[in-house]
Design a protein around this ligand. Structure first.
Ligand SMILES: Cc1cc2nc3c(=O)[nH]c(=O)nc-3n(C[C@H](O)[C@H](O)[C@H](O)COP(=O)(O)O)c2cc1C
Length: 308
C-alpha cells in the first residue's frame, strides 16, 4: 500500500488526528521542549488536573519506583485554572494539537467553578472530569466510588460547560462499567479509563512506607493488563466512546487497547523515561497498519473477538 494509513479517530463528536494522546499529569503543561517530546505530532494533550486554587501538592517524597511501575502521591499540584488559562494555554495552543483540560476538586462546586473559568475559551476541545479525586464532603473517598456522587459532578459541570465532557474513571472500584454507565447517563460524552491503582510499598528496615501518605497511585507497565481488563469492561457495559489508559509503553500495547474497543489511548508514565514515547507509539501504529494492509485505524478499533 503506497498511501499512508489514516490515523484519525472520532471520540464522540470530536475528531483527533491520531489516537495517541498524552495522559493528565505526565506531560507537564505540554509546552516544555516540544521538539524533544514530539508534542506537535500528538493526537491530543490532556493537561494536568486543574483546580480552582493553585495547589502545591503533597510534601515529598512523592514518587517511588517499583519493579514495573511508579507509585505517586503528587497531590494534584497545579498552577490553578486561571493561571493555566492566562499563562499556559496560549503557548499550548500554538502547538496546534487538540487540548483536553482536566479539572478536579474536593466538592462538586469546585468542578463547576473550574469549568466556568474555561467556558468558551478558544482551543479547549473537551473537559476531562477527574472523578477519581477524593470527595472531602463524603469523607475523602473518591467521587467514583459512589456512582451517584460521580454522576452529580458530571451533571453539574454539564450545565455550565460548552464542550464535550469526558469522565476519567478510577479503577479502584468493583464495577467500573457501572460507574461509567452512570457517568454517561449524566452527560459524559466519553469515558477515560483508567486512573492509577491504589498501591503501597514499605521499607522493612524502618517499618515505614516509602510514600509519606502510606499509599499512592500505581502506574506504568505493572498495571497494563489490569487497565486493559477495565477498559474492556467499560466498553462492553457502557457502549460509550472510551479512551484507554494504563501502562501503555509501545505501539503493541496501544493496539491492544484499540482492538478491545478504546477509540483513543493516553500515554502516561513512559513519557518520564522516553519523552517522545507517544510519538514513537504513533509511528509504530502507522507501521503496523501498513504491514497489515489496513487503510486506517478505524478498521482495527473494536475488532476484538471475545471467547464465545
Ligand atoms: C506523576 C503522575 C501524575 C498524575 N497526575 C494526574 C492528574 O493530575 N490527573 C489525572 O487524572 N491523572 C493523573 N495521573 C494518572 C495518569 O494520567 C494515568 O491515568 C495513569 O498514570 C495510568 O497511565 P500510565 O500507566 O500510562 O501512566 C498521574 C500519573 C502520574 C504517574
Amino acid at each position: 500500500m503506497s498511501e499512508r494509513p489514516d490515523l484519525s479517530v472520532k471520540v464522540g463528536s470530536l475528531t483527533f488526528p491520531t489516537p495517541i494522546l498524552v495522559a493528565s499529569g505526565t506531560f507537564g503543561y505540554g509546552t516544555e521542549s516540544p521538539e524533544l517530546t514530539g508534542a506537535r505530532e500528538l493526537g491530543g494533550i490532556v493537561t494536568k488536573t486543574l483546580t480552582i486554587e493553585p495547589r502545591r501538592g503533597n510534601a515529598p517524597i512523592r514518587l517511588h519506583e517499583t519493579p514495573a511501575g511508579l507509585l505517586n502521591s503528587i497531590g494534584l499540584q497545579n498552577v490553578g485554572v486561571q493561571r493555566f488559562r492566562d499563562e499556559k494555554l496560549p503557548k499550548l495552543r500554538e502547538l496546534g494539537v487538540p487540548i483536553v483540560a482536566s479539572i478536579g476538586g474536593k466538592a462538586p462546586e469546585d468542578f463547576v467553578q473550574a469549568a466556568e473559568h474555561l467556558r468558551d475559551v478558544p482551543g479547549i476541545a473537551a473537559l476531562e472530569i477527574n472523578v477519581s479525586c477524593p470527595n472531602v464532603k463524603e469523607g475523602g473517598i473518591e467521587f467514583c466510588q459512589r456512582p451517584d456522587s460521580a454522576a452529580a459532578v458530571i451533571r453539574a459541570v454539564r450545565d455550565v460547560a460548552t464542550v464535550p465532557l469526558w469522565a476519567k474513571l478510577s479503577p479502584n472500584v468493583s464495577h467500573i462499567g457501572e460507574v461509567g454507565r452512570v457517568c454517561r447517563d449524566a452527560g459524559a460524552e466519553a469515558l477515560t479509563a483508567v486512573n492509577t491503582f491504589v498501591g503501597m510499598s514499605v521499607d522493612p528496615r524502618t517499618r515505614q512506607p516509602h510514600l509519606p501518605g502510606g499509599t499512592g497511585g500505581l502506574s506504568g507497565p505493572a498495571i497494563r493488563p489490569l487497565a486493559l481488563a477495565k477498559v474492556w469492561e467499560t466498553v462492553r457495559v457502557t457502549g460509550a466512546p472510551v479512551v484507554g489508559c494504563g501502562g501503555i509503553a509501545t505501539a503493541e500495547d496501544a493496539l491492544q487497547f484499540l482492538v478491545v474497543g478504546a477509540r483513543a489511548v493516553q500515554v502516561g508514565t513512559v513519557s518520564f523515561r522516553i519523552p517522545d514515547a507517544a510519538r514513537r507509539i504513533r509511528q509504530g501504529i502507522e507501521e503496523f497498519l501498513s504491514r497489515e494492509g489496513l487503510p486506517g485505524i478505524e478498521s482495527l478499533i473494536g475488532t476484538y473477538q471475545p471467547p464465545q
